[in-house]
Design a protein around this ligand. Structure first.
Ligand code: NZQ
Ligand code: ZN
Length: 390
Protein backbone atom coordinates (compact mmCIF):
# COMPACT_ATOMS: atom_id res chain seq x y z
CA UNK A 1 0.00 0.00 0.00
CA UNK A 2 1.29 3.46 -0.84
CA UNK A 3 0.92 6.59 1.30
CA UNK A 4 -2.24 8.59 0.80
CA UNK A 5 -4.33 11.53 1.97
CA UNK A 6 -8.07 11.05 1.82
CA UNK A 7 -10.75 13.65 2.37
CA UNK A 8 -14.17 13.71 0.80
CA UNK A 9 -16.10 16.73 2.05
CA UNK A 10 -19.43 16.14 0.28
CA UNK A 11 -22.38 15.76 2.63
CA UNK A 12 -24.82 13.10 1.44
CA UNK A 13 -28.54 13.11 2.13
CA UNK A 14 -29.82 9.71 1.04
CA UNK A 15 -33.33 8.33 0.83
CA UNK A 16 -36.99 8.97 0.14
CA UNK A 17 -37.22 12.12 2.24
CA UNK A 18 -33.81 13.51 1.42
CA UNK A 19 -35.08 16.49 -0.61
CA UNK A 20 -36.42 18.15 2.50
CA UNK A 21 -32.81 18.95 3.45
CA UNK A 22 -32.54 21.41 0.56
CA UNK A 23 -34.10 24.22 2.63
CA UNK A 24 -31.39 24.10 5.29
CA UNK A 25 -28.65 24.07 2.68
CA UNK A 26 -30.11 27.12 0.92
CA UNK A 27 -30.20 28.88 4.27
CA UNK A 28 -26.57 27.94 4.84
CA UNK A 29 -25.15 29.03 1.47
CA UNK A 30 -27.53 31.75 0.29
CA UNK A 31 -30.75 32.10 -1.64
CA UNK A 32 -29.40 33.55 -4.89
CA UNK A 33 -29.46 30.25 -6.75
CA UNK A 34 -28.46 29.13 -10.25
CA UNK A 35 -30.39 25.99 -11.18
CA UNK A 36 -28.66 23.79 -13.78
CA UNK A 37 -30.48 20.95 -15.53
CA UNK A 38 -30.79 19.02 -18.78
CA UNK A 39 -33.36 18.58 -21.50
CA UNK A 40 -36.48 18.32 -19.42
CA UNK A 41 -36.54 14.94 -17.64
CA UNK A 42 -36.66 16.73 -14.27
CA UNK A 43 -39.87 18.47 -15.35
CA UNK A 44 -41.41 15.22 -16.59
CA UNK A 45 -40.75 13.46 -13.28
CA UNK A 46 -42.15 16.38 -11.27
CA UNK A 47 -38.85 17.12 -9.54
CA UNK A 48 -38.48 20.62 -11.00
CA UNK A 49 -41.77 21.68 -9.35
CA UNK A 50 -40.75 20.21 -6.01
CA UNK A 51 -37.39 21.97 -6.08
CA UNK A 52 -38.94 25.28 -7.09
CA UNK A 53 -41.50 24.99 -4.30
CA UNK A 54 -38.72 24.60 -1.74
CA UNK A 55 -36.74 27.48 -3.25
CA UNK A 56 -39.82 29.72 -3.27
CA UNK A 57 -40.42 28.93 0.39
CA UNK A 58 -36.88 30.21 1.02
CA UNK A 59 -37.65 33.41 -0.95
CA UNK A 60 -34.90 32.43 -3.35
CA UNK A 61 -33.94 34.37 -6.47
CA UNK A 62 -33.54 31.68 -9.09
CA UNK A 63 -31.72 31.83 -12.43
CA UNK A 64 -31.71 28.83 -14.76
CA UNK A 65 -29.32 27.14 -17.14
CA UNK A 66 -31.25 24.38 -18.92
CA UNK A 67 -30.76 22.17 -21.95
CA UNK A 68 -27.49 20.63 -20.77
CA UNK A 69 -26.65 17.92 -23.31
CA UNK A 70 -25.21 14.50 -22.51
CA UNK A 71 -21.46 15.01 -23.08
CA UNK A 72 -21.97 18.61 -21.89
CA UNK A 73 -20.57 21.55 -23.82
CA UNK A 74 -18.46 24.55 -22.96
CA UNK A 75 -20.86 27.11 -24.48
CA UNK A 76 -23.48 26.58 -21.81
CA UNK A 77 -20.81 26.72 -19.10
CA UNK A 78 -19.87 30.20 -20.32
CA UNK A 79 -23.51 31.30 -20.22
CA UNK A 80 -23.77 30.07 -16.65
CA UNK A 81 -20.56 31.81 -15.59
CA UNK A 82 -21.92 35.07 -17.01
CA UNK A 83 -25.20 34.69 -15.10
CA UNK A 84 -23.33 34.01 -11.86
CA UNK A 85 -21.04 37.00 -12.26
CA UNK A 86 -23.82 39.40 -13.24
CA UNK A 87 -26.17 38.35 -10.46
CA UNK A 88 -23.94 37.51 -7.51
CA UNK A 89 -25.17 33.93 -7.41
CA UNK A 90 -24.48 32.28 -4.04
CA UNK A 91 -25.33 28.64 -4.74
CA UNK A 92 -25.12 26.59 -7.96
CA UNK A 93 -27.64 23.74 -7.81
CA UNK A 94 -27.47 20.92 -10.35
CA UNK A 95 -30.49 18.66 -10.80
CA UNK A 96 -29.92 15.65 -13.05
CA UNK A 97 -27.16 13.29 -14.09
CA UNK A 98 -23.43 13.67 -14.59
CA UNK A 99 -23.80 16.14 -17.45
CA UNK A 100 -25.86 18.65 -15.45
CA UNK A 101 -23.57 18.23 -12.44
CA UNK A 102 -20.36 18.61 -14.47
CA UNK A 103 -21.75 21.75 -16.12
CA UNK A 104 -22.63 23.15 -12.69
CA UNK A 105 -19.11 22.36 -11.43
CA UNK A 106 -17.50 24.12 -14.38
CA UNK A 107 -19.77 27.12 -13.82
CA UNK A 108 -19.08 27.27 -10.07
CA UNK A 109 -15.32 27.29 -10.79
CA UNK A 110 -15.52 29.57 -13.81
CA UNK A 111 -17.50 32.14 -11.82
CA UNK A 112 -14.43 32.56 -9.59
CA UNK A 113 -11.96 32.90 -12.46
CA UNK A 114 -11.33 35.95 -14.64
CA UNK A 115 -10.41 34.25 -17.91
CA UNK A 116 -12.00 31.66 -20.22
CA UNK A 117 -13.29 28.67 -18.16
CA UNK A 118 -11.62 26.34 -20.67
CA UNK A 119 -8.23 27.57 -19.36
CA UNK A 120 -9.00 25.62 -16.20
CA UNK A 121 -9.45 22.41 -18.19
CA UNK A 122 -6.23 23.05 -20.11
CA UNK A 123 -4.40 23.82 -16.87
CA UNK A 124 -3.49 27.25 -18.21
CA UNK A 125 -5.06 28.95 -15.22
CA UNK A 126 -6.25 28.21 -11.69
CA UNK A 127 -9.10 29.59 -9.61
CA UNK A 128 -8.48 30.14 -5.92
CA UNK A 129 -12.09 29.86 -4.78
CA UNK A 130 -15.35 28.33 -5.98
CA UNK A 131 -19.06 29.00 -5.58
CA UNK A 132 -20.85 26.53 -3.31
CA UNK A 133 -22.33 23.69 -5.34
CA UNK A 134 -25.17 21.31 -4.48
CA UNK A 135 -26.59 18.41 -6.48
CA UNK A 136 -29.85 16.52 -6.70
CA UNK A 137 -29.15 13.27 -8.53
CA UNK A 138 -31.55 11.63 -11.01
CA UNK A 139 -29.19 9.15 -12.66
CA UNK A 140 -26.76 6.75 -11.00
CA UNK A 141 -23.73 6.68 -13.26
CA UNK A 142 -20.96 9.27 -13.35
CA UNK A 143 -20.58 9.55 -9.58
CA UNK A 144 -20.06 13.28 -10.08
CA UNK A 145 -22.25 13.89 -7.02
CA UNK A 146 -19.32 12.95 -4.81
CA UNK A 147 -16.32 13.27 -7.13
CA UNK A 148 -13.62 15.90 -7.62
CA UNK A 149 -13.99 15.70 -11.37
CA UNK A 150 -15.84 17.58 -14.11
CA UNK A 151 -15.81 16.59 -17.78
CA UNK A 152 -16.67 19.13 -20.48
CA UNK A 153 -16.50 19.13 -24.29
CA UNK A 154 -15.33 22.16 -26.27
CA UNK A 155 -17.51 22.42 -29.37
CA UNK A 156 -14.93 24.01 -31.69
CA UNK A 157 -12.83 20.83 -31.95
CA UNK A 158 -15.01 18.38 -29.98
CA UNK A 159 -12.27 18.03 -27.39
CA UNK A 160 -13.54 16.35 -24.20
CA UNK A 161 -11.45 17.02 -21.11
CA UNK A 162 -11.71 16.30 -17.44
CA UNK A 163 -10.52 18.50 -14.62
CA UNK A 164 -9.86 17.15 -11.14
CA UNK A 165 -9.69 19.60 -8.28
CA UNK A 166 -10.91 19.60 -4.68
CA UNK A 167 -13.00 22.64 -5.73
CA UNK A 168 -15.22 20.22 -7.65
CA UNK A 169 -16.51 18.40 -4.58
CA UNK A 170 -20.15 19.40 -4.08
CA UNK A 171 -20.96 20.83 -0.67
CA UNK A 172 -23.97 18.51 -0.53
CA UNK A 173 -25.69 15.93 -2.70
CA UNK A 174 -29.26 14.71 -2.38
CA UNK A 175 -29.76 11.11 -3.48
CA UNK A 176 -33.28 9.75 -3.67
CA UNK A 177 -33.40 6.41 -5.52
CA UNK A 178 -37.03 7.15 -6.47
CA UNK A 179 -35.82 9.85 -8.87
CA UNK A 180 -34.10 7.14 -10.94
CA UNK A 181 -37.28 5.02 -11.44
CA UNK A 182 -38.03 6.79 -14.74
CA UNK A 183 -34.69 6.15 -16.37
CA UNK A 184 -34.97 4.40 -19.74
CA UNK A 185 -33.33 0.92 -19.75
CA UNK A 186 -30.48 2.20 -21.93
CA UNK A 187 -29.53 4.95 -19.46
CA UNK A 188 -29.83 2.54 -16.53
CA UNK A 189 -27.53 0.12 -18.35
CA UNK A 190 -25.00 2.82 -19.28
CA UNK A 191 -24.98 3.96 -15.67
CA UNK A 192 -24.26 0.46 -14.40
CA UNK A 193 -21.34 0.10 -16.81
CA UNK A 194 -19.90 3.47 -15.77
CA UNK A 195 -20.21 2.72 -12.05
CA UNK A 196 -18.41 -0.60 -12.52
CA UNK A 197 -15.76 1.08 -14.68
CA UNK A 198 -14.98 3.56 -11.90
CA UNK A 199 -14.39 0.62 -9.59
CA UNK A 200 -12.37 -1.33 -12.14
CA UNK A 201 -10.11 1.60 -13.08
CA UNK A 202 -9.04 1.69 -9.44
CA UNK A 203 -8.92 -2.10 -9.04
CA UNK A 204 -6.39 -2.70 -11.82
CA UNK A 205 -3.28 -1.46 -10.08
CA UNK A 206 0.29 -2.69 -9.76
CA UNK A 207 0.41 -1.64 -6.12
CA UNK A 208 0.69 -4.74 -3.90
CA UNK A 209 -0.82 -5.39 -0.47
CA UNK A 210 -4.08 -3.57 -1.02
CA UNK A 211 -6.34 -6.37 0.14
CA UNK A 212 -8.86 -4.25 2.04
CA UNK A 213 -9.68 -1.98 -0.89
CA UNK A 214 -9.47 -4.87 -3.37
CA UNK A 215 -12.08 -6.79 -1.39
CA UNK A 216 -14.27 -3.73 -0.85
CA UNK A 217 -14.16 -3.09 -4.59
CA UNK A 218 -15.01 -6.70 -5.39
CA UNK A 219 -17.98 -6.55 -2.99
CA UNK A 220 -19.18 -3.32 -4.59
CA UNK A 221 -18.85 -4.80 -8.10
CA UNK A 222 -20.73 -7.95 -7.13
CA UNK A 223 -23.46 -5.83 -5.52
CA UNK A 224 -23.95 -3.85 -8.72
CA UNK A 225 -23.97 -7.04 -10.82
CA UNK A 226 -26.53 -8.65 -8.51
CA UNK A 227 -28.88 -5.66 -8.52
CA UNK A 228 -28.55 -4.85 -12.22
CA UNK A 229 -31.03 -7.45 -13.49
CA UNK A 230 -33.52 -6.38 -10.81
CA UNK A 231 -33.60 -2.72 -11.94
CA UNK A 232 -33.61 -3.71 -15.61
CA UNK A 233 -36.65 -5.92 -14.96
CA UNK A 234 -38.39 -3.70 -12.42
CA UNK A 235 -37.29 -0.05 -12.77
CA UNK A 236 -39.19 1.04 -9.64
CA UNK A 237 -37.59 -1.48 -7.28
CA UNK A 238 -36.53 0.94 -4.53
CA UNK A 239 -34.06 -1.31 -2.78
CA UNK A 240 -32.20 -2.34 -5.93
CA UNK A 241 -32.11 1.28 -7.17
CA UNK A 242 -30.81 2.30 -3.73
CA UNK A 243 -27.98 -0.26 -3.83
CA UNK A 244 -26.92 0.96 -7.27
CA UNK A 245 -27.25 4.63 -6.37
CA UNK A 246 -25.05 4.35 -3.30
CA UNK A 247 -22.57 2.15 -5.19
CA UNK A 248 -22.40 4.85 -7.88
CA UNK A 249 -21.42 7.52 -5.39
CA UNK A 250 -18.92 5.31 -3.52
CA UNK A 251 -17.39 4.09 -6.79
CA UNK A 252 -16.06 7.54 -7.59
CA UNK A 253 -15.60 9.35 -4.27
CA UNK A 254 -11.94 8.26 -4.13
CA UNK A 255 -12.30 5.92 -1.14
CA UNK A 256 -11.53 3.01 -3.48
CA UNK A 257 -8.39 4.87 -4.67
CA UNK A 258 -6.76 4.92 -1.25
CA UNK A 259 -3.33 3.33 -1.00
CA UNK A 260 -3.03 2.60 -4.71
CA UNK A 261 -2.61 4.10 -8.16
CA UNK A 262 -5.53 3.70 -10.53
CA UNK A 263 -5.27 3.13 -14.27
CA UNK A 264 -7.87 5.30 -16.11
CA UNK A 265 -6.68 4.46 -19.64
CA UNK A 266 -10.09 3.02 -20.58
CA UNK A 267 -11.81 6.23 -19.50
CA UNK A 268 -9.47 8.40 -21.55
CA UNK A 269 -9.85 6.14 -24.59
CA UNK A 270 -13.63 6.26 -24.14
CA UNK A 271 -13.73 10.06 -23.86
CA UNK A 272 -12.38 10.22 -27.43
CA UNK A 273 -15.25 8.00 -28.58
CA UNK A 274 -17.98 10.02 -26.87
CA UNK A 275 -16.38 13.29 -28.00
CA UNK A 276 -16.19 12.27 -31.64
CA UNK A 277 -19.31 10.14 -32.02
CA UNK A 278 -21.44 11.62 -29.22
CA UNK A 279 -22.28 8.19 -27.81
CA UNK A 280 -23.19 7.74 -24.14
CA UNK A 281 -20.12 7.43 -21.89
CA UNK A 282 -21.28 4.10 -20.42
CA UNK A 283 -22.00 2.66 -23.87
CA UNK A 284 -18.47 3.62 -24.89
CA UNK A 285 -16.98 2.00 -21.81
CA UNK A 286 -18.78 -1.29 -22.57
CA UNK A 287 -16.82 -1.29 -25.83
CA UNK A 288 -13.43 -0.09 -24.58
CA UNK A 289 -13.01 -1.83 -21.21
CA UNK A 290 -13.13 -5.46 -22.43
CA UNK A 291 -10.76 -4.55 -25.28
CA UNK A 292 -8.36 -2.94 -22.79
CA UNK A 293 -8.53 -6.09 -20.65
CA UNK A 294 -7.71 -8.33 -23.61
CA UNK A 295 -4.77 -6.10 -24.51
CA UNK A 296 -3.21 -5.87 -21.05
CA UNK A 297 -3.74 -9.58 -20.37
CA UNK A 298 -0.55 -10.44 -22.25
CA UNK A 299 1.34 -7.54 -20.73
CA UNK A 300 1.70 -9.17 -17.34
CA UNK A 301 -1.96 -8.63 -16.55
CA UNK A 302 -3.14 -12.20 -16.12
CA UNK A 303 -2.77 -12.45 -12.32
CA UNK A 304 -5.03 -9.50 -11.46
CA UNK A 305 -7.43 -10.25 -14.31
CA UNK A 306 -7.74 -13.82 -13.04
CA UNK A 307 -8.45 -12.51 -9.52
CA UNK A 308 -11.18 -10.31 -11.01
CA UNK A 309 -12.55 -13.31 -12.92
CA UNK A 310 -12.67 -15.53 -9.83
CA UNK A 311 -13.92 -13.07 -7.24
CA UNK A 312 -16.19 -10.84 -9.32
CA UNK A 313 -17.31 -12.88 -12.32
CA UNK A 314 -17.36 -16.11 -10.25
CA UNK A 315 -15.23 -18.09 -12.70
CA UNK A 316 -14.58 -21.55 -11.30
CA UNK A 317 -10.92 -22.25 -10.68
CA UNK A 318 -10.55 -25.10 -13.17
CA UNK A 319 -9.52 -23.28 -16.30
CA UNK A 320 -5.95 -24.51 -16.09
CA UNK A 321 -4.11 -21.19 -16.00
CA UNK A 322 -4.55 -17.60 -14.89
CA UNK A 323 -4.67 -16.62 -18.55
CA UNK A 324 -7.58 -18.94 -19.36
CA UNK A 325 -9.40 -17.94 -16.18
CA UNK A 326 -8.92 -14.27 -17.05
CA UNK A 327 -10.21 -14.78 -20.59
CA UNK A 328 -13.32 -16.48 -19.23
CA UNK A 329 -13.80 -13.54 -16.85
CA UNK A 330 -13.61 -11.05 -19.71
CA UNK A 331 -16.08 -13.12 -21.73
CA UNK A 332 -18.49 -13.15 -18.77
CA UNK A 333 -18.14 -9.38 -18.36
CA UNK A 334 -19.04 -8.94 -22.02
CA UNK A 335 -21.95 -11.33 -21.53
CA UNK A 336 -23.11 -9.22 -18.58
CA UNK A 337 -23.02 -6.05 -20.72
CA UNK A 338 -25.03 -7.87 -23.41
CA UNK A 339 -27.57 -8.92 -20.78
CA UNK A 340 -28.11 -5.18 -20.13
CA UNK A 341 -28.90 -4.69 -23.82
CA UNK A 342 -25.56 -3.05 -24.60
CA UNK A 343 -23.08 -3.81 -27.38
CA UNK A 344 -19.36 -4.38 -26.99
CA UNK A 345 -17.92 -3.55 -30.42
CA UNK A 346 -17.37 -0.40 -32.45
CA UNK A 347 -18.94 -1.95 -35.55
CA UNK A 348 -22.22 -2.52 -33.72
CA UNK A 349 -22.25 1.25 -33.13
CA UNK A 350 -21.54 2.00 -36.80
CA UNK A 351 -18.00 3.08 -35.96
CA UNK A 352 -15.24 1.89 -38.29
CA UNK A 353 -11.47 2.19 -38.19
CA UNK A 354 -11.21 5.57 -39.94
CA UNK A 355 -10.68 7.65 -36.78
CA UNK A 356 -8.62 5.16 -34.77
CA UNK A 357 -5.26 6.84 -35.28
CA UNK A 358 -6.70 10.29 -34.65
CA UNK A 359 -8.40 9.15 -31.42
CA UNK A 360 -5.29 7.30 -30.23
CA UNK A 361 -3.02 10.28 -30.89
CA UNK A 362 -5.29 12.77 -29.14
CA UNK A 363 -5.92 10.51 -26.13
CA UNK A 364 -2.19 10.04 -25.61
CA UNK A 365 -1.52 13.75 -26.14
CA UNK A 366 -4.18 14.73 -23.58
CA UNK A 367 -2.65 12.15 -21.24
CA UNK A 368 0.67 14.01 -21.46
CA UNK A 369 2.45 11.38 -23.60
CA UNK A 370 1.05 8.16 -22.16
CA UNK A 371 -2.03 6.65 -20.54
CA UNK A 372 -2.55 4.15 -17.77
CA UNK A 373 -0.39 2.77 -15.02
CA UNK A 374 -1.41 -0.90 -14.85
CA UNK A 375 0.12 -0.95 -18.31
CA UNK A 376 1.61 2.27 -19.67
CA UNK A 377 0.19 2.89 -23.13
CA UNK A 378 1.54 4.85 -26.07
CA UNK A 379 -0.14 5.67 -29.37
CA UNK A 380 0.40 2.24 -30.93
CA UNK A 381 -1.02 0.52 -27.83
CA UNK A 382 -4.08 2.79 -27.88
CA UNK A 383 -4.58 2.05 -31.57
CA UNK A 384 -4.30 -1.68 -30.88
CA UNK A 385 -6.99 -1.44 -28.18
CA UNK A 386 -9.38 0.41 -30.51
CA UNK A 387 -8.71 -2.28 -33.13
CA UNK A 388 -9.45 -5.04 -30.63
CA UNK A 389 -12.77 -3.25 -30.03
CA UNK A 390 -13.73 -3.19 -33.73
O1 NZQ B 1 -31.27 15.88 -20.22
P1 NZQ B 1 -32.38 15.21 -19.49
O2 NZQ B 1 -33.71 15.51 -20.06
O3 NZQ B 1 -32.34 15.42 -18.02
O4 NZQ B 1 -32.24 13.61 -19.75
C1 NZQ B 1 -31.09 12.88 -19.34
C2 NZQ B 1 -30.10 12.59 -20.46
O5 NZQ B 1 -30.74 12.53 -21.70
C3 NZQ B 1 -31.54 11.50 -18.94
N1 NZQ B 1 -32.02 11.39 -17.56
C4 NZQ B 1 -31.34 11.72 -16.43
N2 NZQ B 1 -32.08 11.41 -15.34
C5 NZQ B 1 -33.25 10.89 -15.80
C6 NZQ B 1 -33.21 10.88 -17.21
N3 NZQ B 1 -34.23 10.41 -17.96
C7 NZQ B 1 -35.32 9.95 -17.30
N4 NZQ B 1 -35.41 9.91 -15.96
C8 NZQ B 1 -34.40 10.36 -15.17
N5 NZQ B 1 -34.49 10.26 -13.83
O6 NZQ B 1 -30.39 10.69 -19.07
C9 NZQ B 1 -29.61 11.19 -20.16
C10 NZQ B 1 -28.14 11.12 -19.80
O7 NZQ B 1 -27.82 12.03 -18.77
P2 NZQ B 1 -26.30 12.40 -18.45
O8 NZQ B 1 -26.30 13.36 -17.31
O9 NZQ B 1 -25.61 12.81 -19.70
O10 NZQ B 1 -25.69 10.98 -18.03
P3 NZQ B 1 -24.55 10.57 -17.03
O11 NZQ B 1 -24.96 10.75 -15.62
O12 NZQ B 1 -24.13 9.23 -17.46
O13 NZQ B 1 -23.37 11.63 -17.30
C11 NZQ B 1 -22.52 11.45 -18.39
C12 NZQ B 1 -21.44 12.51 -18.40
O14 NZQ B 1 -20.65 12.44 -17.20
C13 NZQ B 1 -19.26 12.34 -17.57
C14 NZQ B 1 -19.33 11.59 -18.87
O15 NZQ B 1 -18.14 11.67 -19.61
C15 NZQ B 1 -20.49 12.27 -19.56
O16 NZQ B 1 -20.06 13.49 -20.14
N6 NZQ B 1 -18.50 11.77 -16.47
C16 NZQ B 1 -18.32 12.53 -15.38
C17 NZQ B 1 -17.59 12.10 -14.29
C18 NZQ B 1 -17.37 12.94 -13.11
N7 NZQ B 1 -17.69 14.22 -13.18
O17 NZQ B 1 -16.88 12.51 -12.05
C19 NZQ B 1 -16.93 10.78 -14.29
C20 NZQ B 1 -17.37 9.87 -15.38
O18 NZQ B 1 -16.33 8.97 -15.65
C21 NZQ B 1 -17.77 10.54 -16.64
O19 NZQ B 1 -16.68 10.78 -17.50
ZN1 ZN C 1 -16.95 7.16 -16.09
Amino acid sequence: MIDFAFQNPTKIYFGRDSLQNLSGEVRRYGNRVLLVYGGGSIKRIGLYDKVMEILRAENAHVWEISGVLPNPRLGLVKEGVKLCKENDVQLVLAVGGGSAIDTAKAIANGACYDGDPWDLFERKGENTSVLPLGTIVTLSAAGSEMSDSSVITRESDMCKRGRNTPFNYPKFSILNPEYTFTLPPFQTACGIVDIMAHMMERYFTRVENVELIDRMTEAALVTVINNAPVVMEKPDDYNARAEIMWAGALAHNNLLSTGRTGDWASHKLEHELSALYDIAHGAGLAIVFPAWMKYVLDKDGEKKLAQFARRVMHVEDDFGSDRETALEGIARLEGFYHSLGLTTTLHENSIGQEDITRMAERAIKLGGGSLGSFVKLGVSDAEAIYRLAL
